[in-house]
Design a protein around this ligand. Sequence first.
Ligand SMILES: Nc1ncnc2c1ncn2[C@@H]1O[C@H](COP(=O)(O)OP(=O)(O)OP(=O)(O)O)[C@@H](O)[C@H]1O
Ligand code: SF4
Ligand SMILES: [Mg+2]
Length: 385
Amino acid sequence: MSEATDVTEGERTAYAKDVLVDAKGVKVHFPIKRGVIFDKVIGHVYAVDGVDLQIRTGETYGLVGESGSGKSTLGRAILNLEPPTEGTVEFDGVDIASLSGETLRKKRQDIQMVFQDPMGSLDPRQSVESLLLEGMKAHGLAKDEAHASKRLRELLSAVGLPSAALKKYPHEFSGGQRQRIGIARALSVNPKLIVADEPVSALDVSVQAQVINLLEDLQEEFGLTYLVVAHDLAVVRHISDRIGVMYLGAIAEEAEADDLYAQPLHPYTRALMSAVPVPDPLVEDRRERIILTGDLPSPANPPKGCRFHTRCPWKQETKCDTERPVLRVPEIPGVGTGHRVACHWTEQIESGEIQPHEVKAQLVEQHGAGGDESLLGPASISEAL
Ligand SMILES: Nc1ncnc2c1ncn2[C@@H]1O[C@H](COP(=O)(O)OP(=O)(O)OP(=O)(O)O)[C@@H](O)[C@H]1O
Ligand code: SF4
Ligand SMILES: [Mg+2]
């Protein structure tokens, strides 16, 4: 189905009005410097390398990908904590990079972040009361004591903590409770968007489920929009309306969560999904598994053409190692306009015209810190939920 036939002008306008975050052609390149006296730039880490992404008001967009694929950097670029090397990020129709002073401060209030490690992001010397008041004061939301005190109690109640927590310090709480404090802190300034970077990765599975349910409840109650970054396919599936799969600084595939799981189209997503256990033992025994060989190439030296060609079981002699595929809606019956794939051969792979072949492991430079942590299978969290 082509985009032109499926989307009317009216629908496009309605969609544009709905868009809260509009990232266009975003690149974040970190310079690699060497030198004893003078810092000389000897290359770049192409952490984010050309991402178009829209997040609609009220939705949860899940970003998934291997360690080092650029998820956190993209999240930070959306918050403008990492100014893009190229491209723009509009929030509520305004390019954040163009703002300064009071207008930037006001806009920042609308976008808050929840981190993976609440212990690392909460100052251990501050009580919960002081941690929560900090942001409220900075944004003029703690006008008088009575009002502030009422608000603090409301915030704690919203995240399921007793008001006695106010006088305590971060180390007096469990990991899950600390994450609740982190969420309350983000909520304290009435944001529109919360960027949650691996919000449950550090927690036990049963606690993960509680925190995810809490995030969902709060979204409904406060009309929040979320960008959730996660390794765990089950976490993103459960929480997301739409999912973007990142590979080496770019989005390989994007779709509604259910569509992505029902019909993964990009070879990388197919490989990820093939590692997901299926509850039915008969189906589990028979289903095909795609094992990816080789490590994620270094983002300082990404492969030419399609970034995935060094590991792709469907790689072809033409195009794959010379032309970079764009993220596009494939011409496949039944695939809607919200499903986009960055692969030259999506249609032929789906029809079976192109079959997978064995991939010879290619020597690739290892990327630095972070290692080669692979994506987690999803069995755990969905069972807990
Ligand atoms: N400030 C920085 N300076 C130089 N390189 C950086 C910087 N921040 C991130 N990188 C590099 O950019 C690449 C993408 O990193 P990023 O943290 O965005 O990945 P990620 O997908 O969030 O990984 P993880 O799942 O491990 O958190 C990595 O190779 C990382 O080493
Ligand atoms: S463009 Fe080629 S190498 Fe890239 S995912 Fe598609 S088939 Fe594989
Ligand atoms: Mg990260």
